[in-house]
Write a protein that binds this ligand. Structure first.
Ligand code: ATP
Ligand code: MG
Ligand code: MG
Ligand code: MG
Length: 441
């Protein structure tokens, strides 16, 4: 059997994984400024909690803590994409002008497009989205009927020369986006695919414990016939979303009717009883129809019937915007608060302060951190705050500020001997437990 063959596709490392030590990690524990020059809490926290480093307007270095969270977000997105049969790829970032001119968007996108030339003066833009390139490629593949619906996605850097980059990752000029493109043989199938993908989005937000608002949206420059946005409600959100108090319909203020300056009305039931919400747009879906497939001649060829243009959908999810938005809607004054499942680390072990400590206690803490770090459920999720010149209280404060969900304190001594009891702090629930090692592991 395959099992007996002992097939291991990606070899597992069996060696013990040592926990990282705070003294060696790329983290700076700084004070927040008393008067904040920053326009959003999450932006400020990210800068002062070693998540982000600012490089230029709208351009940031994502530091190791932030990168770990991003990787976890990507893992969740990949899993949900896998569940709906989407296939991951990466498209080139340099997009030839010729391809973008074909759709007319080289001109219509305006100043947001980053344009550049190669040594032969050939023009390109840095991809802000990829409807053109993906459709231009799919045309050449001549797929069988069974290949549809075709769902292709990537999670890559996108570039937009935003007029007002601000709020850190919420509006960058370069950012990570998950963009999915779907291809169907008929409009009816494409509508079905649209619902399946929107449900996958809902699933992603559910796993992150985020209250997402799905709103009818305007199709804008991308085009198409049906569109929805996924929003998180927040004061710093730049989108205005209306909720109809009569019929419950939710739509972006950009949608016709809702955008009537004098007296906006519900685009569904016509009522004027609207509640306005400020929201951060984290995702956007479009039923594109044949807008791009016609331009790029991407067709399905049915034997005996002939060619029909592929019915497309496109679905963006701002992964780095989401990374910050999910903190913006959850965080406390000085403390980062992540959806627990994507916190950069799950557990920090804090040994007793130097001077109060026998050598055994430090070793015991390190041994415990190693044990925890090698548990199946926690693999790689445990680190140790070895800054033993600092009090336990100071280090606990630092860990709470980083939003580490669990802290284990190794300090229990009775007449100089270890009691074998550990203090487990559930940071998010603000609860403390005294546990023996077997209760802990
Ligand atoms: P916005 O209205 O905020 O400018 P958009 O409607 O132009 O966003 P889309 O073209 O719909 O954005 O792109 C899909 C997703 O990419 C958005 O829903 C958002 O989450 C993300 N996104 C767009 N622009 C940025 C940006 N400048 N920085 C970070 N994420 C962005
Ligand atoms: Mg935009
Ligand atoms: Mg928008
Ligand atoms: Mg949008």
């Amino acid at each position: 059997s395959i099992k007996k063959q002992g097939l291991v596709i990606c070899p597992v490392r069996h060696k013990h994984l040592p926990p990282k030590l705070v003294s060696q990690m790329f983290i700076k524990f700084g004070k927040m400024p008393e008067v904040s020059p920053f326009s959003s809490k999450s932006h400020e926290l990210f800068l002062f909690r070693s998540v982000l480093y600012p490089c230029h307007p709208g351009g940031f270095h994502l530091l190791p803590l932030g990168q770990r969270v991003l990787d976890k977000l990507i893992k969740i997105i990949d899993q949900e994409m896998e569940m709906i049969g989407a296939q991951k790829l990466s498209l080139t970032t340099l997009a030839p002008k010729a391809v973008w001119s074909q759709s007319g968007r080289w001109e219509s996108t305006g100043a947001e497009l980053f344009k550049l030339k190669d040594r032969d003066k050939k023009e390109y833009c840095l991809g802000p989205t990829h409807e053109e390139l993906v459709t231009d490629m799919v045309r050449d593949l001549y797929l069988l009927k069974a290949a549809y619906p075709l769902k292709l996605y990537q999670i890559t850097r996108k570039f937009r020369d935003e007029a007002h980059p601000r709020f850190g990752l919420l509006r960058g000029r370069e950012f990570e986006m998950k963009d999915l493109y779907t291809f169907d043989r008929t409009l009816e199938n494409a509508r079905n695919t649209y619902d399946i993908v929107c449900n996958a989005y809902t699933e992603i937000f559910k796993r992150l414990d985020l209250k997402v608002i799905k709103a009818e949206a305007a199709v804008g420059n991308i085009g198409g016939s049906l569109s929805h946005e996924f929003h998180l409600e927040s004061e710093v959100g730049e989108d205005r979303v209306y909720k109809c108090l009569q019929c419950g319909h939710v739509a972006n203020a950009e949608v016709t009717g809702m955008n009537d300056e004098k007296k906006p009305f519900c685009s569904k039931c016509g009522s004027n009883k609207l509640q306005q919400l400020s929201c951060i747009e984290v995702g956007h879906s479009f039923l594109l129809g044949t807008k791009y497939s016609e331009v790029f001649k991407a067709a399905y060829n049915q034997e005996g019937v002939g060619k029909s243009w592929l019915e497309m959908g496109c679905y963006g999810l701002g992964v780095t915007r989401l990374l910050q938005a999910m903190v913006e809607v959850n965080c406390l004054e000085t403390r980062l608060k992540w959806p627990k499942v994507v916190a950069p680390y799950q557990v920090c072990v804090i040994p007793q302060k130097e001077g109060f400590m026998s050598y055994d206690l430090f070793n015991d803490a390190h041994r415990l951190a190693t044990e925890l770090n090698n548990m199946d459920k926690l693999k790689g999720e445990v680190f140790m705050d070895d800054r033993i010149k600092r009090s336990i209280g100071q280090r606990l404060w630092d860990m709470k500020n980083l939003g580490i969900p669990y802290v284990v304190i190794v300090s229990s001594l009775d007449e100089g001997r270890m009691t074998g009891m550990y203090e487990l702090q559930d940071v998010y629930k603000d609860q403390v437990y005294m546990l023996s090692e077997c209760e802990l592991i």
